[in-house]
Design a protein around this ligand. Sequence first.
Ligand SMILES: [Zn+2]
Length: 105
Amino acid sequence: MKQKTYTRCLECNTVNEDSDYCKNCGALINIVLKRRLESEAMEERRVALENKIKEESKVLKFFENGLTHPFFIIRLFFKTLHYIWLFLSMVLGGLIASILAAAAG
Ligand SMILES: [Zn+2]
């Protein structure tokens, strides 16, 4: 016969029987599972951040080349693009941050 485990919920102090989640408030009470989910979430955030940095440095290089182009018209074109990019990356950055914040709870 399997032994029952009782876990007290840290959020609402309800004692739960053989459960990973609190039956009262739905909080995750299995510490092992919680740690694993936390480290998975952290790894996901790290990879997302790494990709974002990689992507941004690629774009920066692209603009650097364009902004120092010998033709004025090309430089102007890149300058405009650069402003558009700065604006978009601000909007996207805010969006990504809010998604990550929501995912992290
Ligand atoms: Zn609870």
